[in-house]
Structures are given as C-alpha cells and as structure tokens.
Design a binder for this molecule. Structure first.
Ligand SMILES: [Zn+2]
Length: 315
C-alpha cells in the first residue's frame, strides 16, 4: 500500500490512502474555521487526524528573542529599556502571536540544506527562520506595544496580519522603551503548544434524522420550531448536516423527561451514518484551516509510510 494524497483543490474534496481511500469533503469554510466530512473511514482514523492537527502539523512560532538593553538619549530625554513586565514574560507572549506560516518557503532548522550540519546554536538562515524587530518608546499616558509594532525583516506578505496587530505585548510609560529581535522557526505542537496551529479540534459521527411516525411527529411540528415535515425527503430522512444539528437540539422539546415524550416516543430518531464523521476545528491564524488539514494529512500519511517501511524491513 502506497500512501499518497490526491488533492483536488477545485472540487474541495480530496482522497488519500490508495486502498481504503478516506474521502474528505469540506462542508463549511471561514477564514479560520472549517467543518469537514470524512467518509469511508472509522473513529480511529478521525482521531489520528485530530491528533495530527494538534501535535504534528508544522507551524512557525517565535522561539527566541534578543532584547537590546541600555539607555538612549532622544529629544533631550533619557529612555531606558525597562517596562512593567519582565523580558521572559514578553518573550512568552511573543511566542503566542500567530506568525504567517508558508510551508514551501521555510525548512525545519534540522532539515535546512544550509544549516542541518551546524550545531544548534549556529543554525538559522533565510530559509529556516523569520526575524521580526520592534522598537517602541513609551508616552506620558502609556503606550501599548502590540503585535503590529513588530516589523518583519523581509517581504511584506509575512508581516503580522492586520486582524492580529492589536494583540497586546506590554505597555510603556514615558522614559521606558523596548527594543528586540524575535526569531520564529518551524516547529510541531508536540514540542510546545506555541507550534500548534489548530484548536477546538472535535469530531463526531455524522447523523441523519429519521421520521418513523408521521402522526406523532406532529407534536414537534406544532411547536412551530425551525425544522418541519417539509425538511424530510420522501423516504422520511433528513440528511442536511446543519439541519440535523438543529433537529438534534429541537428534539429536546419532546425528549426524555418532557410531558410530550409520552406520546411522541420515537416518532423521529437520529441515526449514525456508518463510516462518516464530521471534523471541525479552528486555526490560530498562522495558516488557513485548509492548509492545516492538508499538512496534517501529509504528516499522517508520511508517518504510516515510514511505519510500513520499518515493518517491511523487519519482516
Ligand atoms: Zn537554514
């Protein structure tokens, strides 16, 4: 079995694994949010993908910061590199800022063709690190230093995106200043959360609504909620993912413990679709959810590929 990822960007659908062929269909996609339908698969695969998203998907994050220390004289004022919070805390906050991650542009430092043979301390070049600089002076009323004050030393496309520019780092008063160089490198969430691009990763089996008893189901329709008999097809099934989610909530009105449940009984039930799961997650803004998904799949198939090689050589 040769694991491979066949990607059809246009169709918003892709398949991987040559034998089993897990099918993936994007149901909903926003800037940082995605909902995907996985089919022809099982719970363990969906969970492997979830874990891969959290801990294996490569991401750029600030890993070291060099603070310039000292005093500066400007406009007949003395400015000192000091502030309300310690440098370690500033560095920790910097690590959490989403750094735009372009996977084709940067290598992991230990895989970088220019750096992999160097000792760790000497690694770092244009192809395996991103450097941001920041110089900010305080004011009388206090001046917030935010992610937007960090300037990328390189092309503009890799600046911190507008929507994250307001992330606060520290606040400086008159006489206080900050100056640092922050270096981002590629890493994986299993080494530190700052390298994890995805959050809120969940999956659940896909369900469909089944209309078992038209007469008794009327109890629910009479409540005048969102879902009505018209939403079910002629076989008495409701398959639309969003509508099923609404139905699931609405069934609480006639569920266990309610007066209506005595007559309603199982007039409408929800049934799991075998082999189908709905996976949803958000990214931190360092990459699109689609990119994160593709990379997670790539990492996963890579892992299985090497496992297969190991097995083959030991058998
Ligand atoms: Zn390098």
């Amino acid at each position: 079995m040769e694991p491979r990822a066949k990607v059809e960007e246009e169709a918003e659908e892709f398949e991987f694994w040559s034998d089993e062929m897990v099918k993936t269909k994007i149901l909903k996609e926003e800037d940082n949010k995605i909902q995907v339908l996985l089919s022809k698969t099982d719970r363990s695969f969906a969970n492997a993908l979830r874990r891969s998203l959290i801990s294996d998907t490569p991401k750029m994050a600030i890993d070291s910061v060099r603070f310039q220390l000292g005093t500066k004289e400007q406009d007949e004022e003395i400015w000192e590199t000091t502030g309300p919070i310690p440098d370690e805390m500033v560095a920790q906050r910097l690590a959490m800022i989403p750094i735009p991650t372009v996977h084709d542009k940067f290598y992991f430092q230990d895989e970088c063709p220019n750096c992999k043979d160097l000792v760790e301390a000497d690694r770092g070049c244009l192809e395996c690190q991103m450097i941001y600089t920041c110089v900010v002076f305080g004011t009388e009323e206090g001046r917030w230093v935010t992610a937007g004050d960090m300037k990328y030393l390189g092309e503009e496309a890799l600046e911190i995106p507008d929507e994250y520019k307001t992330i606060p780092i520290t606040k400086l008063m008159k006489g206080q200043m900050i100056e640092f160089y922050a270096t981002a490198i590629m890493g994986r969430g299993r080494d530190h959360t700052k390298w994890s691009p995805a959050c809120g990763v969940t999956f659940h089996p896909r369900r469909i609504g089944i209309l078992n008893n038209k007469t008794k189901a009327k109890i629910l329709w009479d409540m005048d909620l969102e879902i009505s008999a018209k939403d079910f097809n002629k076989d008495g099934k409701l398959e639309d993912v969003d509508k099923v989610a609404v139905l699931s909530d609405e069934l609480n009105h006639v569920g266990e413990g309610t007066e209506a449940s005595r007559t309603f009984k199982n007039a409408i039930t929800l049934e799991e679709v075998s082999g189908e799961f709905i996976l949803s997650f958000e990214t931190d803004g360092s990459m699109s959810p689609k990119t994160a998904l593709m990379k997670a799949v790539e990492e996963l198939s890579g892992r299985f590929g090497s496992l297969e090689k190991d097995l083959a050589s030991s058998l």
